[in-house]
Design a protein around this ligand. Structure first.
Ligand code: FAD
Length: 455
């Protein structure tokens, strides 16, 4: 029997997960990943740790090496960009970016995990030097050089989402004067409810970060290199700017071939099939079914990408898979200036934006019983987002100076299982005063949201 030819586009989380699962599960397959970049599978999730000198080196911060994939029976072809899909002949056009030549490659199954690109600011001064993005291997090299460059004293980070906040932390620790600018009034306002961002806001200020919130960036000022950033609230000096204002899908080349939404995200059905037969899509470039939102949304996370690729690999050759893809919750965690938080599902910002009815609660406590000294018993903050009538838990976050981020995964399970506040208030969790209180943190937060008197 001739081998089924599986072509994957993009050698990052989605491409890696698809390739290894397919190679493990099926015998008669020929799996090749085409990747436009040179360095294979740099893991941007590890970029902050690399910049902080906490890894084994830049080239180790990756999902996989070409040799590792070859050892499992697959191959990756780097410096090759796929420029077109031809559904009628089941072939793709691939451009060798080094030699400049094109070839046609056939497929039986085609999987796209083409990801997203960082949005650049299209404003006056955009061509000045020292305006950086924070995504992928090459930008990691440049940012690493910049943080060690003594001539760079003032850094402006535009965008206070995860990536901007990671950049803020890196440059603050490197001894630079950092200003964080956002149109939103609250840093991390897309990710956390207001009470949590208020706590983190103080941590930013205490660490010496200049917060420039609720400001619109209008221009970059300078001659050759950027010298300042002009906002509607004034000018901020800048020897270097990091732009981290969001992403757009890498799909312009697919317009007219695949069904895309108005922003360019790839639409799939419940089995992750695109509108073209034998062409599938996973990861950041797709709309992902969000369980708490009950609709498909862009969710740019390695976790959700891997889960969609895992499902797809397991069902790839089924005529009609026995079950649809369950969807995701969307969970993430971050350490920021001494605090650690994890957040899962929807928050007041995301729920509000997509028109989901919600209420929120905010619970403050100590991790362990009151007889433990405060020095060994830090404060912990839990925010819940839930439906006002059904009490279904739609989202939540935990925040503390202690690492309580694993509770974010408990919240994720509760959200995925569509549990209510009443379910969480009574859920059976362990108690041991070395770790927690007689009721566990999430029990207490749900009881509080339901109006029970403080335990
Ligand atoms: C700084 C940073 C930190 C992050 N931290 C985390 C984290 O801690 N946790 C988390 O869950 N997520 C994190 N993420 C998000 C995570 O990196 C992404 O969700 C994940 O990489 C998405 O994987 P993907 O396979 O969909 O796409 P991508 O990682 O974007 O990869 C797509 C690949 O496809 C290639 N490609 C695109 N078009 C073509 C084409 N036409 N032909 C050939 N190749 C092509 C690209 O070169 C790229 O290598 C972070 C992202 C960044 C930037």
């Amino acid at each position: 029997m001739s081998k089924k030819k599986v072509i994957i586009i993009g050698a990052s989380h989605g491409g890696h997960e698809s390739a290894i699962r397919i190679l493990d599960k099926y015998e008669n397959v020929d799996v090749a990943i085409y990747e436009a970049g040179d360095f294979v599978s740099f893991m941007s999730c590890g970029m902050e740790l690399f910049l902080e000198g906490k890894t084994l080196g830049q080239d180790t911060v990756r999902n996989f090496s070409p040799e590792e994939l070859e050892a499992r029976g697959g191959r990756v072809v780097n410096n090759h960009q796929v420029t077109a899909i031809h559904p009628e002949s089941k072939a793709i056009t691939v451009k060798n970016l080094v030699a400049g030549v094109e070839e046609s490659v056939s497929y039986d199954k085609l999987i796209l995990s083409v990801g997203v690109e960082s949005i650049e600011l299209n404003i006056p001064g955009r061509d000045l030097s020292n305006i950086y993005l924070m995504h992928g291997y090459d930008w990691a090299s440049k940012i690493n050089a910049a943080q060690k460059d003594d001539s760079i004293k003032n850094v402006v980070v535009i965008g206070s989402g995860y990536i901007g906040v990671e950049a803020t932390q890196v440059f603050t620790q490197a001894g630079k004067s950092v200003t964080l600018i956002d149109m939103l009034e609250r840093p991390l306002g897309n990710y956390l409810n207001a009470e949590s961002t208020e706590i983190l806001e103080r941590a930013f200020v205490d660490a010496g970060v200049n917060l420039h919130m609720g400001a619109t960036v209008e221009a970059f000022i300078g001659d050759e290199a950027v010298r300042a950033v002009k906002t509607d609230k004034g000018e901020v000096p800048a020897d270097l700017v990091i732009v981290a204002i969001g992403v757009y899908p890498n799909t312009a080349w697919l317009k007219g071939t695949l069904d895309l939404d108005e922003r360019g995200y790839i639409k799939t059905d419940a089995y992750l099939r695109t509108n073209v037969e034998d062409v599938y899509a996973v990861g950041d470039a797709t709309l992902q079914p969000s369980i708490p939102a009950s609709q498909s949304l862009p969710i740019a996370l390695a976790t959700t990408t891997r889960r969609s690729a895992f499902y797809l690999a397991n069902t790839l050759f089924d005529q009609k898979p026995a079950r649809a893809y369950k969807g995701v919750v969307g969970s993430s965690a971050l350490g920021i200036f001494g605090y650690k938080f994890a957040t899962s599902g929807l928050n007041q910002y995301t729920a509000g934006r997509i028109g989901v009815e919600f209420e929120t609660s905010f619970y403050t406590d100590r991790v362990r019983p009151a007889y433990i000294p405060e020095s060994d018993n830090p404060e912990v903050f839990v925010s819940l987002t839930f439906h006002p009538q059904t009490h279904q838990i739609l989202g939540g976050s935990v925040l503390s100076r202690q690492d309580v981020t694993a509770q974010g995964n408990v919240l994720s399970l509760a959200i995925a299982q569509k549990m209510t506040l009443e379910d969480l208030a009574e859920a059976d969790f362990f108690f041991q005063p070395g770790f927690d209180r007689q009721w566990s943190l999430l029990n207490l937060a749900a009881q509080d949201a339901l109006g029970y008197k403080r335990f």
